[in-house]
Design a protein around this ligand. Structure first.
Ligand code: GLA
Length: 410
């Protein structure tokens, strides 16, 4: 095909994808991912140093910690599981890391009432340099289905930077997954560079990463060359609220809760760790923004502060609310961000984030965020009703996010 013809076809393809959202339904007519997925992902803590024993222990811990009962469902094998291809070009798992194979691991995870996620990339090699799926989309999708995998995170390292190629490559895998005979969730992971919120849902993705990889830090310092933190990601993802909804979610990357700067890739790029107030803030803000909630800490060794955050069922209920509306940032100053998120039963979740570097007092008049009338205020972190009022005033700690569930009083 002549170059000019290719460009024209590409432009039509790109134009037809803009701002469109098409949901994917299961064979029984149910929406795939009607609420944001929840689970545990291996990357931030282990990097590619993974094996079946650690992953089975994480599945056990997801259950014994109460996280499964709180809604966490997926165990994700991120990059590093691959052992190349066999003589028939079927993908195989690294026999040393996964001696029993991925299908056996899926069986184990399923026996616990959980689901299994896996990782590949739309090029010949993944980000960490392992075998990837370009040119083998149908074969690999069939392999994943045959292994009983439930979710594919599909990365974009080693691929051309233009948006049209990205759309073509992601669509090829999404189509292959649909043809695989198994319902497999599809997570687009090209880090936001090609505005996937405008097209990922249309090509068959249930969620799409919006930013670079989160590091275990509050924010990037001006002196740091790379490595984004919670605030840097918030500022990108918060502006994309209109693109998210049931079956199609913005993904601002994993939770860093409980990592404490200790291990894995999340410690690179200035990821020295956060304090518990900051971890609680990330959890609150991610829940408000309908982010997928993927814990990444060592679930086998959690302190009480970490458990308290990850197991906050009131906060999880806001994230998993059936209306699926991503919070809107109503107030944005250097020190204060105020978010509102309407909920299915008519309640409204309100978050007050203190971005400043000291504890500070704040007065929130509901009229300032477009809410009229008097509300009952339920404190989502204190787990109790605190007042009936049309305003709130109180102290917010440095980097803390207060979250309230408001019920309109008749
Ligand atoms: C990229 C992704 C990460 C992780 C690594 C694995 O950086 O954004 O989430 O999957 O690749 O190599």
């Amino acid at each position: 095909m002549k170059h000019i013809t290719k460009v024209i076809i590409g432009l039509f393809f790109f134009a037809s994808m803009q701002n469109v959202s098409a949901q994917v339904y299961s064979s029984t007519g149910q929406l795939l991912s009607p609420t944001p997925p929840m689970g545990w992902m291996s990357w931030n803590f282990f990097g590619d140093n993974i094996n079946e024993k650690d992953l089975m222990e994480m599945a056990d811990a997801l259950v014994s910690s109460g996280m499964k009962d709180a809604g966490y469902e997926y165990i994700f094998i991120d990059d590093g599981w691959q052992g190349g291809r066999d003589k028939k070009n079927n993908m195989i798992a690294d026999p040393v890391k996964f001696p029993s194979g991925i299908k056996a691991l899926a069986g184990y995870v399923h026996s616990k009432g959980l689901k299994l996620g896996i990782y590949s990339d739309a090029a010949q090699l993944t980000c960490a340099g392992y075998t990837a799926s370009l040119g083998f989309e149908e074969q690999d999708a069939k392999t994943f289905a045959q292994w009983d995998v439930d979710y594919l995170k599909y990365d974009y390292c080693n691929a051309p930077s233009d948006a049209i190629t990205a759309q073509v490559r992601y669509k090829a895998m999404a189509d292959a997954l649909r043809k695989s005979g198994r319902e497999i969730l599809f997570g687009v992971c090209e880090w936001g560079g090609r505005q996937p919120w405008r097209w990922a849902s249309q090509i068959g993705g249930q969620l799409w990463r919006t930013t670079d990889d989160v590091r275990d830090k509050w924010e990037k310092k001006p002196t740091e060359k790379w490595g984004v933190g919670v605030m840097d990601i918030l500022d990108v993802n918060a502006e994309l609220n209109n693109y998210a909804g049931p079956g199609h979610w913005n993904d601002p990357d994993m939770l860093i809760t409980g990592l404490y700067g200790k291990k894995g890739p999340s410690g690179d790029g200035g990821g020295v760790g956060c304090n518990d107030i900051e971890y609680q803030s990330q959890f609150s803000l991610w829940a408000m923004m309908n982010a997928p909630l993927y814990a990444t800490n060592d679930l086998r060794n959690m302190n009480n502060a970490t458990k308290n955050i990850l197991l906050n069922k009131d906060m999880i209920a806001i994230n998993q609310d059936a209306l699926g509306k991503q919070a809107e940032r109503k107030i944005k100053t250097a020190s204060w961000n105020i978010f509102t998120k309407p909920l299915a039963n008519g309640d409204v979740a309100v978050a007050i984030l203190n971005r400043g570097n000291t504890d500070a007092a704040y007065v929130l008049n509901l009229s300032a965020i477009g809410l009229t009338g008097k509300y009952e205020w339920y404190d989502v972190w204190e787990h109790k009703t605190i007042s009936k009022s049309n305003k709130w005033n109180g102290m917010v700690k440095c980097h803390e996010t207060k979250v309230f569930r408001l019920k309109l009083l008749k």
